[in-house]
Design a protein around this ligand. Structure first.
Ligand SMILES: [Zn+2]
Length: 213
C-alpha cells in the first residue's frame, strides 16, 4: 500500500473554518460515480491470461473421518493483450478453484487448469492420474510463481441478492442479456432485475480454462 493511502484516524472538522487547507483533485464531470465499468466483452473469448495466486490463498477443507480434505485457492487472471491497451493487464477473478474430484467429470477444476496450462506451454507435460490434493496444489502454485499463461472463457454473470435464497441463487448469465450501451458497441454492466426491481451488476465469471497455441 502506498504511504499516502495508509489508514489514519479521521478528525471531525468545521468545513467553513477559513484556516483549513485543502488538496486539489481532478474529476471527470461526465463520469457516473455509481456505475462500474463493464467487464471485458464475451466477444473477446478466449482471453489469454497470466495466472497469479489470489489474495485469500490456499485453504484446506475437512475430509471424511477428520482426515485432511481437498484444497482450494482463488486466482487472479491478468489479461495479456499487448495490442489492446484497454484490457491489457486487467484482472479477471476466479473465486474458488479446488482439487475436489467431481463425480460427473472424475477430475477437478485445478487438474483442468493445469491441463490447459500444459497444453498452452506445449512441452508435452501431463497431469498424473494418481496424485494427491497436495501434489496438485503444489503444481498449480509453481505455475503461479512463474505466471504461466493459459486461455480462459468468460461469461457475464449478475447475481440478485434480493431474489436469491440460501437454497437457490438467482443469476442472470450472458452479456447479451444486459442492455446495449449508448453507441451500440457493447453492453452496460448494470440492469434492473424485472421480478424485484433491484439492480444487478455483471461480473466476468470464468467458465473454463483452455489450452492456447
Ligand atoms: Zn431480483
Amino acid at each position: 500500500m502506498p504511504p499516502d493511502e495508509e489508514k489514519v484516524a479521521p478528525t471531525s472538522i468545521d468545513i467553513f473554518d477559513q484556516s483549513l487547507a485543502s488538496e486539489d483533485v481532478e474529476i471527470d464531470p461526465a463520469a457516473n460515480a455509481f456505475q462500474y465499468p463493464p467487464p471485458p466483452s464475451e466477444s473477446g473469448n478466449p482471453y489469454r491470461v497470466k495466472l497469479v495466486r489470489g489474495q485469500k490463498g490456499w485453504m484446506q477443507y475437512p475430509g471424511k473421518n477428520g482426515k485432511p480434505g481437498y484444497l482450494a485457492t482463488d486466482i487472479e487472471c491478468r489479461i495479456v493483450a499487448p495490442d489492446n491497451e484497454a484490457i491489457d493487464g486487467k484482472p479477471l477473478f476466479e473465486n474458488f478453484a479446488s482439487t475436489m474430484v467431481m463425480q460427473s467429470t472424475r477430475t477437478s477444476r485445478i487438474a483442468g487448469i493445469l491441463k490447459a496450462i500444459y497444453e498452452t506451454r506445449g512441452q508435452g507435460e501431463t497431469i498424473p492420474a494418481h496424485t494427491s490434493h497436495l501434489e496438485l496444489s503444489r503444481k498449480l502454485q509453481e505455475e503461479f510463481d512463474r505466471e504461466a499463461e493459459v486461455g480462459v472463457w468468460i461469461q457475464w454473470t449478475g447475481f440478485c441478492d434480493v431474489c436469491s435464497s440460501p437454497e437457490k441463487r438467482v443469476e442472470v448469465r450472458g452479456e447479451k442479456r444486459f442492455p446495449p450501451n449508448a453507441d451500440g458497441t457493447g453492453h452496460l454492466s448494470e440492469m434492473e432485475h424485472k421480478p424485484c426491481g433491484s439492480i444487478i451488476t455483471a461480473q466476468a465469471r470464468i467458465t473454463r480454462y483452455i489450452g492456447l497455441k
